[in-house]
Ligand binder design. Structure first.
Ligand code: 5GP
Length: 301
């Protein structure tokens, strides 16, 4: 039997209704994004005896990603954690999923504000690309407060004092340490000293900003001891072969130093399970986005 097409008038009405529904969903997302409405309020409207259609037909993915500070990578982690499929609409959740989602949202709303301010440490083995990821973040996410370390090593071509590092003498470094101005210090690759100045971090956190530290693994452990609320991210290479290729390819170390660093990298990789999150550096911009997501900050526009 040939299918009978609906009359034109019905089709036009259906498409008008679809446009209106999309607009209504967009308005809900906008209200959540601007904190005019809480996400809990939205789910409650969707789960009433007579559900509000815009709220009920919103996908859980859309609801979560409209919450300030939650980017796409966190959305998929949260959905995994709550055991909710990406295609699910708020109104279509089962009762256990509803309970889990509501509890999660309430917890997040409770911690919103000062609680979301974060100290995030990005560490990982030598040559994994931590520096490249943090440079990408500095250039593309100006709202992220990136800590500037002090070091006793000499600047490389293109590095700027006060931007990449504070380049200091051994004596200045000693003084900063003695005066308690360092959150942590370490001698890296048995060569130069590096340290994280404490004051800029404390000031940024007090102003409600999230702070990112790109330091080595010993530094990450020291920060966790000093500030247990810090979130530790371990940057991983896609494979060991890729790490070797990056270390040799960048040509900044001679072959004896390369061999030494590869031994260190093996030891460093073994520390990955001490970290809260692992991010694989397949692609610099994606890894950077993932790190920024974990800072609980808005994505790049
Ligand atoms: P580079 O000299 O290549 O810039 O950095 C060498 C290593 O020192 C990298 O692993 C980098 O993460 C680490 N590093 C940079 N700043 C600090 C710091 O303030 N503290 C610690 N512990 N490590 C740092």
């Amino acid at each position: 039997m040939p299918r009978v097409a609906p009359p034109d008038v019905d089709r036009a009405a259906a498409s008008r209704a679809a446009v209106a529904a999309r607009r209504a969903r967009a308005a809900v997302k906008h209200a959540v994004a601007t904190r005019e409405r809480s996400a809990t309020d939205v789910v409650d409207a969707a789960w009433k005896d007579e559900p509000v259609p815009a709220e009920a037909s919103l996908r859980v993915t859309e609801l979560l990603s409209s919450i300030p500070g939650i980017g796409p990578i966190r959305v998929s982690r949260i959905l995994d954690e709550l055991n909710i499929a990406t295609s699910k609409r708020v109104g279509g959740l089962g009762s256990r999923q509803r309970n889990r989602l509501r509890e999660w949202l309430q917890e997040r709303e409770h911690n919103d504000g000062a609680g979301t301010t974060r100290l995030v440490v990005l560490a990982g083995p030598t040559a994994v690309g931590k520096g490249t990821v943090s440079t990408f973040i500095r250039e593309n996410y100006p709202h992220v407060h990136l800590s500037v370390s002090a070091t006793t090593r000499k600047p490389r071509p293109g590095e700027i004092d006060g931007v990449n590092y504070y380049f200091v003498t051994d004596e200045e470094f000693d003084r900063m340490e003695a005066e308690g101005r360092m959150l942590e210090t370490a001698t890296v690759h048995n060569a130069h000293r590096y340290g994280t100045p404490r004051q800029p971090i404390e000031e940024a956190l007090a102003q409600g900003k999230s702070v990112l530290l790109e330091i080595d693994i010993q530094g990450a452990r020291a920060v966790k001891r000093a500030m247990p609320e810090a979130l530790l991210i371990f940057l991983l290479p896609p494979t060991w072969e890729e790490l070797v290729r990056r270390l040799i390819g960048r040509g900044t170390e001679d072959s004896a130093e390369q061999a030494r660093r590869l031994v260190t990298a093996k030891v460093e990789l073994a520390a990955q399970d001490e970290f809260d999150y692992k991010v694989i550096n397949h692609d610099v911009s994606e890894a950077a986005q993932e790190v920024v997501d974990l800072l609980g900050m808005p994505s790049r526009a």
